[in-house]
Design a protein around this ligand. Structure first.
Ligand SMILES: [Zn+2]
Length: 249
């Protein structure tokens, strides 16, 4: 049950009709995995731990560098050279010490990702390359998870939400039929504005909370294309593709 302090901590969201005490319980019981703790992953983790997600897993093998600081909102200058997951665990617990935090200081790979991912309800992609995104797609399909993909570059963000418990759900490979090279939506070579990362990550966190609360409409079967330079948001429908890896699942 909630303590009085918990009720006060979450009062501004509990007061929402679509959340309430029941919704807050769902949030406290949820297990979310964030893979990649950079420009997308850090706003996701920040918002989710404040909302009260009961258990947060984080996969990242990188250390904080000075070039991360313009967009990766949970890090500061003292963190440079330290492992991101180590810093994040401390910061999450400073915000909300009741949250169970599991850190995986590994690169997301074929050999380790399935084992980690299957323990969580909702999977969030904060990676910066398509190889990792396709791996997340593959294992989320296999274990019928909910997966929220984010891809950002320059002033543009792409967001996908998949619910693989639904047979009709398309997957990431239905949209990207070939293998987009890692040069596509790559912030290292193309550059990225901090606000683009922050807004895209915040939208991913928003999708997570709606899934957990079972309210509103998720992006299922759509891609949201965000053009922040011209402030154009487009939601584009796409369908399950014949012959795709998701066809027989
Ligand atoms: Zn597919």
């Amino acid at each position: 049950m909630f303590s009085n302090k918990d009720l006060e901590r979450y009062s501004r969201q509990i007061i929402l009709k679509k959340v309430g005490v029941l919704g807050q319980k769902k949030i406290l019981n949820a297990k979310v995995l964030v893979v990649g703790c950079g420009g997308l992953g850090t706003p996701v983790i920040d918002l989710l731990c404040r909302a009260g997600i009961g258990e947060i897993g984080m996969v990242d093998h990188d250390k904080v560098s000075i070039s991360n600081l313009h967009r990766q909102v949970m890090f500061n200058s003292d963190d440079i050279g330290k492992y991101k997951v180590d810093i994040l665990k401390k910061k999450i617990n400073k915000i909300n010490k009741k949250i169970i935090v599991n850190k995986y200081r590994v690169k997301a790979e074929d050999k380790n990702l399935g084992k980690i991912l299957k323990q969580y309800d909702v999977i969030v992609d904060g990676t910066d390359n398509f190889k990792a995104k396709f791996l997340l797609n593959k294992f989320s399909l296999k274990y019928k998870k909910k997966l929220i993909i984010g891809a950002i570059s320059k002033f543009e963000g792409h967001i996908f939400t998949f619910d693989f418990s639904l047979k009709k759900s398309p997957c990431l490979k239905c949209f990207y039929q070939g293998e987009p090279s890692d040069g596509v939506l790559d912030c290292e070579t193309d550059g990225i504005l901090g606000s683009t990362a922050f807004i895209s990550g915040s939208l991913q966190a928003n999708e997570v909370l709606k899934i957990i609360l079972n309210v509103g409409k998720n992006l299922n079967s759509h891609i949201l294309i965000i053009d922040l330079l011209n402030l154009i948001f487009r939601k584009v429908l796409f369908r399950k593709r014949k012959g795709c890896i998701c066809e027989n699942i």
